[in-house]
Each structure stands twice: as C-alpha cells, then as structure tokens.
Design a protein. Structure first.
Length: 264
DNA sequence: AACTACACCAACCGCGGGGGG
DNA sequence: GCCCCCCGCGGTTGGTGTAGT
C-alpha cells in the first residue's frame, strides 16, 4: 500500500496553470502572504491542492523570481557548488539569488550533466505502440533502437551518484572537547566506518572520508584534527573553496572558520 | 510534408524532517 | 515518547517546441 495522497484529488485541477488561476493565487498571497498552503486553495477559491499552489508560487509566480537564461557566472557557480554539495539543489539555489531549486535542477539535468560528464540515470521512455509498429518495417530503426537500449542498459549500470566527493583522510581525531561526536560520525563515509571504528575512542587517529560540507554544516571544522599535513592542507583548500562559495554574501571570512587545529 | 528523436521545463509524486498536540 | 500534519526537497513524468531525417 502506498502512502495516502497529499490531498483529496477528486474535483481538483491538475496540469498546467491558466492565467485566471495565477491571478487568483497572486491576489491571495499579496493580501495574506505565503504559508498555510493547505487552506490556501479553499480561501483563494482555487481548485488545486496546496502543494500545487506552493510549487506554482515558488517556482513561477514569485515576484523576485529571476527568469531567463542562466548567465555564465551562474553556470560556473552551479558547477562548483554541485561538485561540493552534490544534488542538494535547495542548498545550491540559496547561493544563486532569485533562482529556484527546480530551475537549477532542470538546468543541470539538461545542460550541465552532459558538459561536466556526470553520470545521470535517465531511462528514456519506451517507444509508443505506433512507433513500434512503424519500426517493424524498418531494420535501420530497429538496429538503432536496440543499440539505444543497450546503451541505456550500460548507462543504468553506472547509475547516478551526484554525491559530493569526500576527502580521504588516513588519520584524524576529534578534539577532546567535541560536544557531540555522533554528529561527527555522520560526516564519515559508511564504507570506512566499520573498518576504522573498532576499539578506538574519540582521541585516536582514524581513517575516514570527510564530507567538507557536513563539517561546515555541523560546525565541526574546528574540532577535527588531521595528522597528515598534506591531507590537512588538501582539506583546508577544499574548505576554503566551499566557504568562499557559501559565506561570500554574508561578509564572513572563510578563514575565520578555520583554525590551526587541523595542523596538530 | 510527415514523421521521429531530442531538448527543455513546468508540474507531479512520494519521502522525510520538524513541530505541535 | 508517540502520533499526526504540514512543509520542503529531490526524483521523475509528461507536454510542447524544435531539429533532424
């Protein structure tokens, strides 16, 4: 059994919005503000579910929404942020003023995933019945189709993983004063957890992969002590790049977040 | 001109987290 | 502590336009 639908679907409009619906939604939000999406459709006189209203507003109608082509600067930022954050579109979108996560995700999938060579799991739709009928009389097309299927099969095996690349750290420890080591544990990759955690306490040097964004998100950068200077330097560089991307608009110096504790 | 394949993007779906009762 | 509801997120689908054959 699947999860119950988010709203009662009977009698509700679906698919593309028309101008009347847009006008109703804009008018309501202008006078009442955003939020309370569940009740909004009823109050605004819309035959849509709240989720659909929220999506329409957030991705299309919001007045601060920037429309039009992604600039080369924005593209560059998306690529760099994606390499650090992976498919965390909402996080990436927060760093691109007035762009939505949906817009960035679409742009990535249609433009950048090819450009950057990232593997994307996109199984194309099977041919329609009429298409298949036509193909029966066309060996060339059949061959082409079969080749395509084969390619997709190979592609599917590779599958997507847009996770950010972790930094390999062969020896580290958490600072003694770390208040919640369990949070830090979540910053290491599962594959290395098992082999590295046996019989060690928080002050031992261990082998792990570090996800820089998790360190920043959980404010753990000052609590990680890396033994190998080369690795510490590598982590430092990646952290600098990450910080410069994330904190630039908040006028924070990335270096303020980085201390000598990475160089014991 | 007709058909097909591909690209783009708005919209939908289902899951998970967080907050309130 | 548990349950329920709402919201936000990421993945996916489907409609439309356009390029290629």
């Amino acid at each position: 059994m699947g999860r119950a639908p988010c709203c009662e679907k009977v009698g509700l409009h679906r698919g593309p919005w028309d101008s009347k619906e847009d006008a109703l939604l804009i008018k309501y939000i202008r006078s009442h503000g955003e939020g309370n999406w569940k009740d909004l459709p009823k109050q605004a006189g819309l035959l849509r579910c709240g989720k659909s209203c929220r999506l329409r507003w957030m991705n299309y109608l919001r007045p601060d929404k920037k429309r039009g082509n992604i600039t080369p600067e924005e593209e560059d930022l998306i690529i760099r942020l994606h390499s650090l954050l992976g498919n965390r579109w909402s996080l990436i979108a927060r760093r691109l003023p007035n762009r939505t996560d949906n817009e960035i995700k679409n742009y990535w999938n249609s433009h950048l995933s090819k450009k950057t060579g990232s593997k994307v799991k996109t199984m194309s739709k099977p041919l329609s019945t009429s298409s298949r009928k036509n193909n029966n009389n066309n060996n060339k097309k059949i061959q082409k189709y079969m080749k395509k299927i084969e390619n997709e099969h190979e592609h599917a095996k590779e599958t997507k993983i847009h996770s950010p690349k972790p930094v390999r750290i062969t020896s580290f420890r958490w600072e003694e004063s770390s208040p919640d080591q369990s949070i830090g544990e979540n910053c290491v990759s599962d594959s290395l957890k098992d082999s590295s955690s046996d019989g060690h306490n928080s002050s031992d040097f261990r082998d792990l992969n570090v996800l820089v964004h998790d360190l920043v998100d959980h404010d753990l950068v000052n609590r990680l002590i890396v033994e190998n200077p080369f690795e510490a330097n590598m982590l430092h560089k990646l952290y600098e790049e990450y910080s410069s991307l994330l904190f630039c608009e908040e006028n924070q110096s990335p270096i303020d977040h980085f201390t000598d504790t990475w160089f014991p």
